[in-house]
Design a protein around this ligand. Structure first.
Ligand SMILES: Cc1cc2nc3c(=O)[nH]c(=O)nc-3n(C[C@H](O)[C@H](O)[C@H](O)COP(=O)(O)O)c2cc1C
Length: 428
């Protein structure tokens, strides 16, 4: 097993290559040993009972040894009835804590900070999961099929979801994670509240951006109050939704200003949603994809306005790409796909070794299928790594998508059976 890379933090200077491997003190006092973060990737590897097991531990031990300064888990659900997929992990008030403690220990085993990403998918819940698709206003998802009919949330639902995030955050820290990240990007519940297209409310939770951001801010407040002071708090936010009339860059500027009024340690910037999956590169023009750092242009203004350190994720694969991001004033470079392909990518960057080649493109003509196939390829890599301890650097997206469909059918039955027991024992 390789030794933890404490040497990744020894150099400091104005050269972005050196800055990349220099420590970062976050506003709340936590220190990241370098500026490379593993961005969140839903692993789809929950054991029966929607809990982590040896596979997730193996996966995170690999990343822990790979030299990143921060590891953010795949999104963990705060509500068992609202899942992004049937093999998602749930950390609600009833989940047993020990499996999460073992997961946190694996993630921390190399000296990196380990944050759990917490998510409520809102209306982005597939109908076949049999759950509940909460949403700001009951507006259905456009242009993408298979989602459950959204239900507009009332005040009790809003209070409930705030409490769920706080409970999950407190339990994540109790399990040993060093921080949590609230997912407010990619079209999930908090991103829906931020979007004028999905949020048509006329009460205090809708209207101008300050009111559309209220649910996120209330959750930040409740999560902060539920955690000990040493725990770090991050938020993942879209630079934009890339939809006419949707959440815009100016909105993101305002939201980071609002977040700056609270003890938030890091804002990660991404983009897109189920309606416009640009976070996976789909639908972006060729020059943007070729340049790496898809959202860098949009991030400039947000970084300039942000009182909170910013992490930027999306398309970053090379050390040159990472340096360019730092030059723009970004504090932390977020990497997802390339770190799935090469868990020791930070170590390789440090030693001047090239990273993995991009994954092959899907043959699917439509953007949504191509994007799903890319994600399926990454998930296939994660599953293989979790089983064998060695990451395959490439995968066939079309074959991975077909495999995913078969695996999903089996896991769907398992999840639905579990949900019926989980919710009936809660009520009984
Ligand atoms: C398989 C897969 C699962 C993902 N799951 C999540 C997730 O749970 N939460 C999240 O915020 N982003 C998730 N993402 C998006 C990544 O964090 C990241 O924003 C996106 O992949 C772009 O970065 P990359 O080009 O380095 O992969 C996922 C991406 C992939 C490929």
């Amino acid at each position: 097993m390789p030794k933890p890379l404490h040497n990744l933090q020894h150099v400091h200077g104005s050269d972005p290559a050196e800055v990349l491997f220099s420590p970062l003190s976050l506003p709340g006092g936590a220190v990241l040993r370098n500026r490379v973060a593993k961005a969140s990737m839903e692993e789809n590897l929950a054991a029966p009972g929607q809990i982590p097991d040896h596979r997730l531990r193996k996966l995170y031990r690999g990343w822990a040894a790979g030299g990143a300064g921060l590891l953010i888990t795949g999104n963990v659900m705060v509500d068992a009835r609202a899942m992004t997929g049937p093999a998602g992990v749930v950390l609600d008030a009833r989940a047993p804590l020990q499996p999460f403690a073992a997961w946190a220990a694996a993630a921390r085993s190399g000296g990196a900070a380990a944050w759990m990403q917490l998510n409520h998918p809102g209306r982005q819940v597939r109908a076949d999961l049999g759950g509940v698709a909460w949403s700001p206003s009951g507006v259905p998802i456009s242009g993408a099929g298979g989602f459950a009919r959204p239900v507009a949330m009332d005040d009790d639902d809003l209070r409930a979801v705030i409490a769920m995030f706080a409970t999950s955050a407190a339990r994540a820290i109790e399990a040993g994670f060093t921080g949590v990240q609230i997912h407010a990007a990619h079209g999930y519940l908090l991103s829906q509240f931020l979007s004028p297209l999905a949020n048509r409310r006329t009460d205090r939770w809708g209207g101008p951006i300050e009111r559309r951001a209220r649910l996120l801010i209330e959750i930040v407040r409740a999560v902060r109050a539920a955690m000990p002071a040493h725990a770090a708090l991050g938020v993942k936010l879209n630079t934009a939704d890339f939809q006419r009339g949707g959440f815009r860059q100016q909105d993101a500027v305002r939201v980071v200003e609002l977040l700056g009024e609270h003890p938030v340690d890091l804002v990660e910037l991404s983009g897109g949603s189920a309606e416009r999956p640009v976070m996976h590169g789909a639908g972006l023009d060729e020059s943007t994809r070729a340049r790496e750092a898809y959202f860098l242009d949009l991030a400039h203004e947000i970084v300039a306005a942000s009182p909170v350190p910013v992490m930027l994720t999306g398309g970053i694969r090379t050390v040159e790409g990472a340096r360019e991001v730092l030059r723009a004033g970004v504090a932390v470079v977020g990497v997802a796909t390339a770190l799935a392909q090469r868990p020791a990518l930070p170590r390789d960057w440090f030693h001047g070794r090239p990273g993995p080649a991009p994954l092959p493109a899907s043959s699917a003509a439509d953007k949504a299928t191509a994007s799903a196939a890319k994600q399926a390829a990454v998930r296939w890599i994660l599953r293989r790594t979790a089983a064998r301890g060695v990451a395959p650097e490439t995968a066939d997206p079309d074959a991975a998508l077909r495999l995913d469909a078969r695996r999903r059918a089996r896991l769907l039955r398992r999840y639905r059976d579990w949900l019926a027991r989980h919710t009936s024992s809660r009520n009984g």
